[in-house]
Ligand binder design. Sequence first.
Ligand SMILES: [Zn+2]
Length: 217
Amino acid sequence: MPYPDVSTRLEWKARPPIHPATVLDRKPDRIIVHHTSTPNSPDMSLDHAFRLSRDIQRFHMQGRGWADSGQQLTISRGGIVMEGRNRSLAAIRAGKHVVGAQVLGHNSHTIGIENEGTYMTEDVPDALWGSLVEVCAWLCVRYRLKPAKAIIGHRDLNNTDCPGDRLYERLPDLRTAVALRLDPQAVLPSPIPDASDGPEAFTSDDVNGTVPPFRLK
Ligand SMILES: [Zn+2]
């Protein structure tokens, strides 16, 4: 599976961290989906995405007093994927875990994705959704995680609205989309070629597994 194109800190011109991030020689067991609670900007450009990363870093360092950006990864509304906290990209590639600051009490075992926007009532743009699926699939491969168990929302662990009602409602869709991305055969049943089977023997609506996959003779 190809890795998603992740823009580095050098590209978005991150400032140096107060101190280097802690890297644990183990994998995280949960992928946390966040929204940034920033406006739903119509600007899908690279410049806007890089500015977003700098704004988040400034807020986390100056506003929160943290050593660096809290989240390991950021996705703009235009679908641009960016490294967040320092050392995150190298750690992911090595199957290790950078300890972030994104879920109170659970940073030692979770990796966080900040998705630009506010998704209480509005749905995420298709470009962002596509990148979120790719990033989650990449993390599931690198860390050998099962999407159904690993992908959760910030509100599952802390008392928060994050990642918004709309995005939170779509997490089951996200888990299914990621599972399909990893292995189309795992979720989508493969039809058995049989001339006597009518078209009703298999329907493409069976992806959720709620309908018996196909008729066996
Ligand atoms: Zn959050």
